[in-house]
Design a protein around this ligand. Structure first.
Ligand SMILES: *[C@@H]1O[C@H](CO)[C@@H](O)[C@H](O)[C@H]1NC(C)=O
Length: 517
């Protein structure tokens, strides 16, 4: 029987009510976490804010970005607690948001958040379209870390340099071109059905950017190119991972075998089947590539490449097993005493968030193909992988020794002094009196009081190796949040919110209540 939306809703309200009567301990609310995670991207918006902006303590900013260079670079995202628009992490953020929607579209839609997720993606891709001014020119950054960090200002007051930097054929940046191509190809898949014209446009840019990156090879952060980015977002793993990553996304988006052949032919040369790495980030994409390539093994049309794809898969398994603590001794990811994956001191949560995403997806992949994972430490089923991913997500949301949600604005206890210029200074909407560069440091940065604005949905850097977290604004290793921390969580929260709904329904069925309505 097909029910209409209102009936579904009424039924759902009734079931929720019954359920809440029968449960004492309140389970984590992943649907709420999902909705909040998407609000965060509105806080990070640069440019002219739209009429339906929900985060109302923000206002327009960066309205002359690109003007000096004669190009319109208004829009895009600030990466973290400052006001530089860094192309590489911005593109990775958009790729992960898009991947979240591609894998968990239905779950996001069921939670009523699909439109918000698509808006978050489009805010990034609209900017990439502007920044890609000709086939071999991509504007890579606006502002610079050094001058930006001298000031503690709201974005609306910004007086720092808005110098823009680009890559082109004389100053190549295959890493940046590759990641931006990946982001636009992934986003094209997101918009394919609802906005085919836009999807087509994105694909066109993605294909050109990949060609540019592949033909003019080099790292974007080299001296004489974009040395300005070196201390902030240096591409340590080089550009080979981004080229493989872009080719995979383009294959997914176009079905053009040429891209798959690239992934197969360059597998060895580009380290795709050589690197076994235990972290996945805006810089190092091998684990993501390897998981994506593994999933191709399920498709009939890629069967003829199965020997190379199997090699990709063995490295993907290395990554998954290392997170599960099931590799040979020294090849596992460390954990804090309370069980949080621990890679490094500075912004560790970014790695927890990407790992949770890949684990959740890999669990789905095993389930759908009716397979198990074989680690050095034993055979693992899809349910065990998902359960482990859940421990990480639950830790993030407050199941940890500090009872602290590291997702800002979620639950009763969360970081109050996020290292974030806009959030830590009185809202521009409330007080438009100009706040200067050092005035911000003097009057707002050093305050012990909580931030006046809550940066809802931000995932902060999180605790140290001993689960300790110090909620101070100058403790940027732990209290700063970045757009690429939250992006993978969009998919993960959607997945767990679906399971929670399912569990509640099962529970009601167990109680024999379903027959009563
Ligand atoms: C965290 O919550 C638990 C259970 O409610 C409680 O026993 C514990 O003392 C709390 N810890 C902190 C640091 O507040």
């Amino acid at each position: 029987m097909v029910k209409n939306k209102a009936q579904h809703f009424a039924q759902w309200c009734f079931l929720s009510l019954i359920f809440s009567i029968f449960t004492t301990a309140k389970a984590l609310n992943y649907g709420d976490a999902l909705a909040k995670s998407l609000l965060y991207f509105e806080s990070q918006r640069s440019g002219r804010l739209p009429y339906n902006q929900r985060v109302t303590w923000r206002d327009h900013s960066g309205l002359t970005d690109g003007l000096e260079q004669g190009v319109d670079l208004v829009g895009g995202y600030y990466d973290a607690g400052d006001h530089v628009k860094f192309g590489l992490p911005m593109a990775f953020t958009v790729t992960m948001l898009s991947w979240s929607v591609i894998e968990y579209r239905q779950q996001i839609a069921d939670a009523g958040e699909l439109e918000h997720a698509m808006e978050a993606i489009k805010w990034g891709t609209d900017y990439f379209i502007k920044a890609h001014t000709s086939p071999n020119v991509l504007w890579a950054e606006v502002g610079d870390g050094d001058t930006d960090h001298y000031c503690w200002q709201r974005p609306e007051d910004m007086t720092t340099s808005r110098q823009a930097y680009k890559i082109d054929q004389n100053n190549p940046g295959s890493d940046l071109a590759g990641e931006t191509a990946a982001a636009m190809a992934a986003a094209a898949l997101v918009f394919k059905k609802t906005n085919p014209h836009y999807a087509h446009l994105l694909l066109h840019h993605a294909q050109q950017l990949f060609e540019f990156g592949d033909k003019y090879r080099g790292k974007y952060d080299e001296e004489g190119r974009m040395g300005v980015v070196k201390s902030y977002y240096a591409s340590v793993s080089g550009f080979k991972d981004e080229l493989l990553w872009a080719a995979l996304w383009l294959y997914k988006a176009t079905d053009n075998e040429e891209y798959l052949r690239y992934v197969i032919n360059e597998a060895e040369n580009f380290g795709g089947i050589g690197w076994a790495i235990t972290e996945f980030s805006w810089d190092v994409k091998y684990a993501g590539i390897q998981v994506m390539a593994s999933k191709l093994l399920n498709e009939e049309k890629s069967k003829k490449h199965s020997s190379t794809l199997e090699k990709y898969r063995s490295k993907a398994e290395y990554y998954i097993c290392s997170c599960l603590n099931k590799n040979i001794d020294t090849k596992n990811v460390e954990r804090t005493p309370a069980g949080l994956l621990y890679i490094r001191q500075w912004n560790n949560m970014q790695y927890v968030s990407t790992a949770s995403f890949l684990l959740t997806m890999y669990s789905d992949f095993l389930k759908s193909s009716n397979q198990k994972l074989s680690c050095h430490g034993g055979i693992v089923g899809h349910q065990e992988i998902l359960s482990f991913a859940k421990t990480q997500v639950d830790y993030i949301l407050g199941s940890n020794p500090s009872n602290m949600s590291y997702l800002v604005g979620y639950g009763p206890n969360y970081p109050q002094r996020v290292h974030h210029r806009g959030a830590s200074v009185v809202s521009y909407r409330e007080n438009k009196a100009f706040i200067g560069c050092t005035q911000g440091y003097d009057n707002w940065y050093g305050r012990v009081e909580p931030n006046p604005n809550v940066l809802v949905g931000a995932l902060v850097g999180g605790p140290d190796s001993q689960d300790n977290f110090v909620d101070q604004r100058d403790n940027y290793m732990q209290t700063e949040a970045c757009t690429y921390n939250t992006a993978p969580l969009v998919g993960v929260f959607a997945k767990f919110s679906e399971l929670e709904v399912q569990k509640e329904l099962d529970h009601i069925q167990d109680l024999g209540l379903v027959a009563s309505y």
